[in-house]
Design a protein around this ligand. Sequence first.
Ligand code: 3SL
Length: 241
Amino acid sequence: MKLFVYHTPELTPTDKPPECAIAVDVLRATSTIATVLAAGGEAVQVFSDLDQLIAVSEQWPPEKRLRAGERGGAKVAGFELGNSPLDCTSELVQGRRLFISTTNGTRALQRVQDSPNVIAAALINRAAVVQFLLEKQPETVWIVGSGWEGSFSLEDTVCAGAIAHSLLEQTKISPEELAGNDEVVSAIALYSQWQDNLLGLFHQASHGQRLLRLDCQEDLKYCSQTDILDVLPIQQEIGVL
Ligand code: 3SL
């Protein structure tokens, strides 16, 4: 297995998709997606465009759907949900499909949608993702951070490091064998330094600070937990996990 980390969707190569692509948006899209599926949501369908989301979801029975929209961290007017995983209780999401569009996370998923195995990962479901990689043994794996509007984000990189770190712990593979690019090594170093204080790292992260200004401290706490959900959000058809 060769692992590559890309800090933003724009940095991924365009020629050939990898055997497995893992999109990461710890704050908060992939944390929300994992939470919805763990809480019994029927599926999650992702969109970069809000009008397209509305058009497609209109074809779904109203009692079987939920619409989530986030721009700039805030809920989009007229949608039932923004992008807080804490709103996704089993009472609300059970048996319903979540139609979601967020600023960066859904774009990352769309960027890698042609890979035969597309996964949404966050810290909360890290163990399930690592388990999948250990069982499937894909030759090439990309971990793609969503970043923020084309820039690096600490929280996505530390999650990439958490996945890589766990792979190293559970196999005999050396860091040199695993790492396909230098970003893997730096992601592991970031995780090694902050693994006991991930919430502290989120407080330093620019998007963490943006969410704190929006009064989302409970979201930061929730998303900074590791391995609490045994769920693997994997693409079933293009755009649907
Ligand atoms: O950028 C995204 O996709 C979102 O996850 C951002 S937010 O955490 O909902 O503000």
